[in-house]
Structure formats: C-alpha cells, structure tokens
Ligand binder design. Structure first.
Ligand code: MET
Ligand SMILES: [Zn+2]
Length: 343
C-alpha cells in the first residue's frame, strides 16, 4: 500500500501505468469457493468461509494471483457486523473477521511474491525480474446483499430505507476495512443510486483510502432499481476519493453499451468485471445458462471493451481462474485459442 494511497486522484492512473496500461482484476470469488466444495448457502455467503475455511479463501486468492490478477478482492462482500452478530458472534469478533478478510488477502499476496522469488511459479505474467504490481481491494457488497432476500438484484429497499439508514448500516464496516491494510475499497454490485450517494457521504466523512464504485445492470442502460447508469456514475464521479468507476456481475453482452455510457460522464478509469452471463435462479438455487449467450466466449469481448475505453478487466460470479488467465493473455498481446477459453 503506502504510495498507492498518498495521492488519491492519480493513484489509479499511476498503478495502471505500472501494469502496462491495463489491469487484470480477479474473477468470481464466492462461486469459486463453491466450486472447491465450500457450502456457502448461508446469509453470510462467501464470508462464511472466513469462519469455516480460511485456507480455501487463501487458495482462491493464490489461484487468481497465479492467473495474472493485478487486483484481488477480499472475501468481505457479504461480511457485515450485523450479519455476524445475527450468527451469535460478538461485535468484537465480527470486527475481527472483517480485519481478517483483508489480512488473509495481504498474506496471499506475500505468499505469491515469495513463490515468485523462489522461481517456483511462472514469471511470464509478472514482468521479467520485477514484481507484478498487486493491489488488495476490500470488497463491500450492498445492503441488499446483507438482507439476502433478492433485493441485491432489484435495488428495491422500500421507503423506510433512507440514505441515512444505508450510511448507518455501512459506516463501521467501511471504517474497519479502510484501516485494515487494504489499498482501496471496492463498492461492488451497486443496485441503486441511493446507495452510491450513501457511499460517497461515508467516504467524505473521513475514509482515507481510495475506492472504486461498480454498478450492476440487467439491461445495459439502468441499474436494477431503474436509475440510469449515467446518473449513478455522475454520483461516483463527483467524489475525488473514487479512483475508478465500472460494472460488475452483469451479463457480458451489456458491457460494451455500459462503457459507452460511462465514458460520457467520467474520465476516471473504467473497470468491468462481468459475470459468466448465466442467471441465478434463487428458488431452485441453480445457475441457468442464458439464451443465446451460453456459447459466447466471454474473453473474446475483452479487446472490444478495451477499445471502447475500459482499462481494468476481470470476472464476477461463475468466472474462474481460467477466465482470468485468458484475459491476462489477451491484454499481454498473446492471442488465446478461442476454443480453449471456456469459463
Ligand atoms: C454478487 S457479486 C459478488 C462479488 C464478489 N467479489 C464475488 O466475486 O464473490
Ligand atoms: Zn457476481
């Protein structure tokens, strides 16, 4: 961290320069834990593994680092003080787990660097003789993710939930994550404008690390609550602590139009990390392949997104280290074999 946080406005631009102009973000975290056998069918979702299987959290971080990631996200997406307390933990234990989520990620980065030094891992993506720059981003999921009732993807919280409610809900968690050694905060899968406004207020209250804002969309034009992506991006753009703006957990086919819209209202770096294009059926707890997209090759989109002006690329739910390896190859100029790019 250190130099990354000193000058917030230029920090991401400098980081991107060090990465060669484009940064690789990691891929789906919770779904990857699940692929390795974790049972995360729980209101805490991936954060449950901070308690039950921290070794698996480390493994997934290392897999993404090995695949070429320049930015790895903590397992704190659904880690909230309120959620841990509902499980019977004390507030102190809950806060300790939030800190631990960042420590595990920082430790994984150290393990990765040490392995690189010992030469046991391939240096080809790390830059000859130099350490590949890696940032740790503390993930913050929405209020709807904590509610675990589907509102994460509708953005409808009801009239009783005001901006102040959202600030009160997120405040302590964001303060703790900001002091835990992370390089930045990743506000992810934001489903409405109100929550973006709440995050901006919290950052202005005195959070001293930068943040990115990443929205989700189900139509390529609006966020789930119906606010246009440009209105939402303007909120993020107005805050000088925000160092990148983008889209995650959204079908790949919508990303290009969304980048065009973002470009109209911000000059900050644009980050995109779509999901696999499958849709989660909450009732039957299954991922369903989406019509017309199942055979589409996620990675073949990456150069188009880059040409459209995005500079940070990764994956969200159901993408894997293979996806990230393929993105790394596209960005480093090695053209991958399309048939081998299965997610
Ligand atoms: C519902 S989006 C989840 C984002 C989180 N970083 C993850 O990959 O698990
Ligand atoms: Zn996702």
């Amino acid at each position: 961290m250190g130099s990354f946080v000193k000058d917030k406005t230029s920090s991401m631009t400098e980081f991107l320069e060090k990465c060669g102009g484009y940064a690789v973000v990691d891929g789906g975290f919770a779904t990857e834990l699940q692929r390795h056998g974790a049972d995360i069918n729980d209101p805490l979702w991936s954060a449950k593994c901070l308690i039950t299987s921290p070794h698996l959290v480390t493994k997934v971080h290392l897999d993404y680092l090995e695949s070429g990631a320049n930015i790895i996200l903590t397992a704190s997406y659904q880690a909230t003080i309120q959620g841990f307390v509902a499980k019977g933990l004390s507030v102190g234990e809950a806060e300790g787990l939030l800190r631990r989520s960042v420590e595990i990620t920082c430790e994984a980065r150290e393990i990765f660097y040490n392995r690189c030094i010992k030469g046991s891992w391939d240096f080809s993506n790390a830059g000859k003789g130099s350490r590949r720059p890696v940032l740790v981003a503390a993930s913050v999921g929405s209020y709807g993710a904590y509610l675990a009732n589907g509102s994460e993807y509708s953005g409808i919280y009801g009239d009783s939930v005001s901006k102040e409610t959202l600030k009160d809900f997120h405040r302590r968690r964001v303060q703790i994550l900001a002091k835990s050694g992370a390089d930045l905060i990743a506000f992810e899968t934001i489903p409405n404008k109100l929550e973006a406004e709440a995050y901006v207020d919290l950052l202005e209250e005195g959070i001293d690390i930068p943040a990115w804002f990443s929205f989700t969309s189900k139509d390529g034009v609006t966020v789930p609550r119906g606010d246009s992506i440009t209105e939402c991006a303007k909120v993020a753009d107005s805050c000088n602590k925000v160092v990148a703006i983008g889209i995650n957990c959204t079908a790949p086919r919508y990303i290009q139009d969304l980048i065009v819209s973002l470009n109209k209202v911000t000059r900050k770096p644009i980050i995109v990390y779509p999901n696999s294009g499958e849709v989660y059926d909450g009732l039957n707890k299954k991922w369903i392949k989406s019509e017309g997209e199942s055979e589409e090759d996620f990675v073949s989109y990456v150069s188009r997104w880059r040409d459209e002006g995005a500079s940070m690329f990764g994956g969200c739910c159901r993408t894997t280290p293979n996806t990230i390896r393929a993105i790394t190859k596209v960005l480093s100029g090695e053209s991958p074999t399309p048939s081998k790019l299965k997610i």
